[in-house]
Design a binder for this molecule. Structure first.
Ligand SMILES: Cc1cc2nc3c(=O)[nH]c(=O)nc-3n(C[C@H](O)[C@H](O)[C@H](O)COP(=O)(O)O)c2cc1C
Ligand SMILES: Nc1ncnc2c1ncn2[C@@H]1O[C@H](COP(=O)(O)OP(=O)(O)O)[C@@H](O)[C@H]1O
Length: 298
């Protein structure tokens, strides 16, 4: 897959199936658009392209809060998901006030006309241009609108997945995503207390703007180098020790190595319980023994 900043000079000239949208998380609903694009690409012997934005268009319309910068995946993971979904060319353009003012006609002239489009695929709620163009405005193209995908009778959407993560329901989030929710980060030093209680924990600081699941304890997998291990994670303030910072920490099973400075990826598999402020360290250890049993046999 090739990644470009969109401009008329660097577009590929081969016939292409263009998929339009923002695609936060590239969840199962989004994936149906790429299923359609792959079917069309095979039929028309075309490549697959996506024209999208690095940040959420909402930033241009709403008063700022930090959550508007958060996404369901890191930028790297997002690109990887596009590639796994068969995308050959990924074009980014910034969603700005100027961009938002383009009419659907302008958008077609300035963007779509620059590409050799064989067909276009959009989602059921896709709108473009200041006049909220949709399938009707794409009538000069072979354009397809894919209908919405539901799970338990409810639409699969990025906002539903976001809410599931905030609620700690990573089981639901994973089912809607079609893959396990993950956060990557650097292993940094904590209080060096973990090793003294028999449960060393890798403290993980993420640089990507993602949603941290609800405070609590989770069954996780963790990728270290090219290996994946089972583990158990804690998200919270280490209440028993009066911690001041919210941390993401993972005790990795059957693992004995120093990994400070390494970038690891945590895959959230299941919420086990909330954080407890224990009266003694022994009570915490007894609880962690139970958490380990649950996590190992999950
Ligand atoms: C599976 C797991 C469950 C945990 N549960 C709790 C808990 O219920 N209450 C708590 O205060 N700390 C809990 N912790 C966090 C420990 O307090 C923390 O890992 C320990 O203090 C080590 O911190 P350090 O890495 O900064 O040395 C948990 C940690 C793990 C890995
Ligand atoms: N099984 C393991 N799980 C997690 N970290 C481990 C494990 N074995 C060794 N380590 C190493 O020990 C560190 C955690 O030890 P800990 O005493 O909790 O210190 P810190 O407070 O700095 O995290 C990890 O960052 C990692 O480098």
């Amino acid at each position: 897959m090739k990644v470009f900043e969109f401009n008329a000079q660097n577009v590929d000239n081969a016939p292409t199936i263009l998929v339009l949208g923002y695609f936060d998380g590239l969840h199962r609903g989004h994936q149906t658009l790429f299923d359609k694009a792959r079917e069309l690409a095979a039929e028309k012997k075309a490549t697959i392209s996506v024209l999208t934005f690095p940040e959420s268009p909402i930033l241009v319309f709403e008063k700022f809060n930090e959550n508007l910068l958060k996404q369901l995946t890191s930028k790297e993971k997002r690109n990887q998901l596009f590639e796994e979904n068969g995308v050959d060319f990924l074009y980014f353009t910034d969603f700005t006030s100027h961009f938002a003012k383009l009419t659907s006609h302008d958008f077609i002239e300035k963007y779509l006309k620059k590409l050799a489009i064989s067909a276009i695929v959009i989602g059921f709620d896709y709108q473009f241009g200041s006049d909220h163009g949709s399938l009707a405005q794409l009538s000069e193209y072979d354009a397809y609108q894919v209908s919405e995908l539901t799970d338990m009778g409810e639409k699969i959407s990025s906002s539903r997945i976001r809410q599931a993560i905030i609620d700690g329901d990573v089981t639901l989030a994973n089912r809607l995503l079609g893959y396990n929710y993950e956060i990557s980060g650097l292993v940094v030093h904590g209080e060096a207390r973990g090793r003294t209680i028999g449960y060393p924990t890798a403290n993980i600081e993420s640089k990507s703007m993602q949603y941290l699941p609800l405070i609590g304890v989770y069954v996780v997998d963790i990728a270290v180098g090219d290996k994946k291990y089972r583990g158990m994670a804690s998200i919270g303030y280490n209440d028993t020790f009066g911690g001041k910072n919210k941390t993401l920490e993972v005790n990795i099973f059957d693992f004995h190595d120093e990994i400070y400075g390494e970038t690891v990826t945590v895959y959230f598999l299941k919420f086990i319980r909330g954080m407890i402020k224990f009266d003694s360290v022994d009570a915490l250890i007894t609880q962690m023994d139970d958490d380990e049993k649950i996590s190992r046999y999950f």
